[in-house]
Design a protein around this ligand. Structure first.
Ligand SMILES: Nc1ncnc2c1ncn2[C@@H]1O[C@H](COP(=O)(O)OP(=O)(O)OP(=O)(O)O)[C@@H](O)[C@H]1O
Ligand SMILES: CC(C)(CO)[C@@H](O)C(=O)[O-]
Ligand code: BAL
Length: 277
């Protein structure tokens, strides 16, 4: 049975009744197969899985899609039930921020200033602030996050390590549609034509990553993006697996962000760089 709670007090009561490890999947709702994979991976290990559904105003910038973000609680609950989730915590704004906007917030540091951080000022401070609060409120022993938001995952790992937070963080590989598009709640905004154009992101990453040589990786990915007029790239970056500078050889990450119509999408893939490839 899945219990839905909205308030801190009801959450605390549900957690008091829990036995064993508490596994948490944090979401902003509009649940899709990517979220469901996180729940399934969590369920494989833990009998008690808690899902949070909260569209966090603090991580949206002015002019971003906070108001418009899809809110589909009934469908989300049905998905959580089907995945055997024990508790869904869907708080209101005042349940998370009882004193209004918090005056003490997280500072993401240098890793929060590049890539997404450069394009979305304040986003990672707001994201880390709510993740810290939700880790505490849910008493998470382990929390699952998707690699689709790779920089977010890296920053959460860093926050937990730097601040000695008592939770284990587990990353889960990106779930894709059959044609390669990374699942994302924001895909709902795409018209059929925009959805077709959006495929250039995953294709650029896939074909770029197959190259091995760093220059060729970027050149191939860049060419594919530039050939799709419906896509306006924000960044295309080749980094180390830790988001530092790309190594001459070994594990690396290729990341992209782009606007397709009015919708901003992100994606990334792992790759291995080969000297002299
Ligand atoms: N395709 C996916 N594969 C694996 N995990 C995912 C995928 N999409 C989202 N997640 C993960 O689900 C969690 C909740 O993400 P969120 O609710 O923001 O969904 P989203 O699809 O990323 O939404 P948005 O489109 O707003 O970015 C995050 O840890 C995120 O990385
Ligand atoms: C981790 C998160 C739930 C915090 O609001 C959000 O950034 C998301 O859905 O990826
Ligand atoms: N999926 C990451 C949360 C955000 O874009 O605000």
């Amino acid at each position: 049975m899945t219990t839905l709670v909205h308030t801190r007090a009801d959450l605390a009561a549900a957690l008091d009744a829990a036995t064993g490890e508490i596994a948490v999947v944090m979401t902003m709702g509009a649940l899709h197969e990517g979220h469901r994979r996180l729940m399934r991976v969590a369920r494989e290990r833990s009998a008690f899985v808690l899902v949070t559904i909260f569209v966090n105003p603090l991580q949206f910038g002015p002019g971003e899609d906070y108001e418009r973000y899809p809110r589909t609680l009934d469908d989300d609950l049905a998905a959580c039930r089907a995945e055997g989730v024990s508790v869904v915590f869907a708080p209101g704004r005042d349940d998370v921020y009882p004193d209004g906007a918090p005056s003490v917030t997280m500072h993401p540091g240098p890793l929060g200033e590049i890539l997404e951080g450069a394009s979305r000022p304040g986003h990672f401070a707001g994201m880390l602030t709510v993740v810290e609060k939700l880790l505490m409120l849910t008493r998470a022993d382990v929390a699952y996050f998707g690699e689709k938001d790779y920089q977010q995952l890296a920053l959460i790992r860093r926050m937990v390590r730097d601040l000695e937070l008592p939770a284990e963080i587990v990353g889960v590989p990106t779930v894709r549609e059959e044609d390669g598009l990374a699942l994302s709640s924001r895909n709902r905004y795409l018209s059929p034509e925009e959805r077709r154009a959006a495929l250039a992101l995953s294709r650029a990453l896939r074909e770029g990553a197959a190259q091995g040589d760093p220059e060729a990786v970027l050149a191939v990915a860049q060419k594919i993006l530039s050939e799709e007029p419906g896509v306006r790239p924000d960044y295309l970056a080749l980094t180390g697996a830790d988001l530092g500078p790309a190594p001459a050889e070994g594990p690396a990450r290729l990341l992209v962000a782009a606007r397709v119509g009015a919708t901003r999408l992100i994606d990334n893939v792992p790759l291995t760089l080969l000297k002299g490839a």
